[in-house]
Design a protein around this ligand. Structure first.
Ligand code: SF4
Length: 412
C-alpha cells in the first residue's frame, strides 16, 4: 500500500482547520521556499495519516474540523494515496478540502481531476510558475503543458479554482503575467488569480530580487484587464502592513508530539534548510534585514499591533472631520482611496461603518461585516492602533481621528 511522507500537521488557532504537510516534489523550483520538498517525513498510508490527524484534532479541538488544506511539497505524487485521503476526509465530515498543487500530475493523467472531484475535493490552488515553456522548464525542470492542461480541466470541473503566480522581476514579470492572464481569461474570465511577490530571502536560489510596489501594481493592472478577480497577495506592499491574524501555529508531528511554533521557529526551519546550500551567517543576515524591513514598513504607514490606543482624555478631541482610508479591495465600491466624514461630537467605529454603508450601500456592509462583526479578512486601525485591541466596533472615534481599513489581500 502506497505511503507518503508526512512532515507534520498544522492546526489553526483561529478556527478548526488542519493542514497536511506532505513531503517530496516532482519539481525543482529554483526559488522554492518549502523545506517539505526535500524533507523525508514519516512514511504513512492514507489511513494512518487520517488516524493521526483525527487524534491530533481531537486532542486539540475536541472534535474533527470541517476544513482541510492538503499541501507540501507536492500532494499529488501518489494518486491512490490522495484519493484515499480525500475519501477518508469526506467520511469524517470534512466539508471544505483544499489541494495546493503545482498541477503537473493532474495534467498528465486524464482521469485525475474527475477522480479528485468524485472523492470530495472542493477547491484547488494551482501554482502556474510561468507561461513560456522555456521559463517554466528553466525554473521548475518540467514542461508547463501539463499544468496548463490541469487548469483547463479544473476549470471545467465543479472544483473551485484559484491560480497563483510568483512575480519574479526580470523572469516572470509584467509580460509573462499578461500572457497568463490572457490564457486564463480565454478559459473563463471569472477565474480567481493571485500574484504573489518573490521573496528572495526565503528562496532556495536567489534568482531574482523582491519586486517593488510599482511592479506589483503594474502586474495587477495588467492582469485585472483580463481577469476581474485578480488580486495581489497580502504579503505585497500596498497592504503589507496588515499583520498576520495569528503569530503562532500548532504543529503536530507524526508521532503526535505537539509544539506551539512561533515565527522564529518557522524561520529556524527554513534557515537550517537554506543553510545546506548557503553559508548560515549570510542566510541569518538576510533574515534579520527582512525583519527590520517589515517593521520599517509598518512604521512608515503608522500602524502597529503593539501601538497603544490613546484615550480622548490624553490626546484631546479635535473638531475636524474623521479621515477614513480604504484598502484597494474596496476601491471598486468607494471609487476613492480615502474620504472624510463629519460628526457632531464623538462617535464609534460601528457608527462610522454605518455611515459608510449609507454612502456606499449594502454591498459595503456585506464586504466588510459578518453580522455585527468585522470580517476576519479586514483589520481596522484607529490612529495606528488595531481596534481589536481596544473595544472593537465600540471603540470611540473623535474629530481629526484617522481610520485605516486594511485587508489581507488587495485588488479586485
Ligand atoms: S512545486 Fe512547490 S514545493 Fe515543489 S519545488 Fe516548486 S515551489 Fe517547491
Amino acid at each position: 500500500m502506497g505511503k507518503r511522507g508526512l512532515q507534520y500537521f498544522t492546526l489553526s488557532e483561529i478556527e478548526p482547520r488542519v493542514w497536511f504537510m506532505l513531503t517530496g516534489c516532482n519539481f525543482c523550483c529554483k526559488g522554492c521556499f518549502r523545506p517539505a520538498r526535500d524533507e523525508e517525513g514519516i512514511p504513512l498510508t492514507a489511513e494512518e495519516t487520517l488516524e493521526r490527524m483525527e487524534k491530533a484534532c481531537l486532542n486539540y479541538y475536541a472534535k474533527v474540523p470541517s476544513e482541510a488544506m492538503i499541501t507540501g511539497g507536492e500532494p499529488t505524487l501518489d494518486k491512490a494515496y490522495l484519493l484515499r485521503l480525500l475519501n477518508g476526509l469526506r467520511e469524517k465530515g470534512f466539508e471544505k478540502i483544499v489541494l495546493m498543487t503545482n498541477g503537473y500530475a493532474l495534467g498528465m493523467d486524464n482521469d485525475y481531476v474527475r477522480e479528485l472531484e468524485e472523492s470530495g475535493l472542493t477547491e484547488a490552488h494551482v501554482d502556474l510558475k510561468g507561461f513560456s515553456e522555456d521559463i517554466h522548464r528553466w525554473y521548475t525542470g518540467k514542461s508547463n503543458k501539463p499544468v496548463l492542461s490541469a487548469i483547463e480541466k479544473l476549470n471545467d470541473s465543479g472544483i473551485e479554482l484559484l491560480v497563483q503566480t510568483i512575480y519574479m522581476p526580470g523572469i516572470v514579470d509584467e509580460a509573462e503575467i499578461a500572457e497568463i492572464a490572457k490564457f486564463l481569461a480565454s478559459l473563463n474570465r471569472d477565474i480567481k488569480y493571485r500574484i504573489n511577490p518573490f521573496a528572495h530571502i526565503f528562496a532556495y536560489e536567489k534568482v531574482a530580487r523582491r519586486p517593488t510596489l510599482e511592479e506589483m501594481e503594474r502586474a495587477y493592472e495588467v492582469a485585472s484587464k483580463y481577469l476581474p478577480n485578480a488580486i495581489i497577495s497580502r504579503s505585497c506592499y500596498r497592504e503589507y502592513p496588515t499583520p498576520p491574524p495569528q503569530k503562532t501555529w500548532i504543529t503536530v508531528y507524526p508521532n503526535l508530539k505537539v509544539q506551539r511554533r512561533e515565527m522564529k521557529d518557522q524561520a529556524e526551519e527554513r534557515l537550517s534548510w537554506l543553510s545546506r546550500i548557503r553559508p548560515r551567517e549570510s542566510v541569518v543576515g538576510d533574515w534579520k534585514k527582512e525583519e527590520w524591513d517589515f517593521k520599517l514598513r509598518h512604521s512608515l504607514v503608522g500602524i502597529s499591533e503593539a501601538k497603544k490606543y490613546v484615550a480622548k482624555e490624553e490626546r484631546g478631541s479635535g473638531s475636524g472631520p474623521v479621515k477614513v482610508k480604504f484598502p484597494r479591495v474596496l476601491h471598486g465600491l468607494t471609487r476613492t482611496r480615502e474620504m472624510e466624514l463629519d460628526f457632531d461630537g464623538s462617535t464609534t467605529i460601528g457608527e462610522v461603518l454605518e455611515r459608510l454603508v449609507e454612502e456606499y450601500g449594502e454591498e459595503f456592509r456585506e464586504k466588510i461585516m459578518d453580522g455585527s462583526e468585522i470580517r476576519r479578512s479586514f483589520n481596522v486601525y484607529l490612529n495606528g492602533a488595531n481596534i481589536k485591541n481596544v473595544q472593537d466596533i465600540k471603540t470611540e472615534v473623535h474629530g481629526n481621528d484617522e481610520i485605516i481599513i486594511l485587508s489581507w489581500v488587495s485588488g479586485g
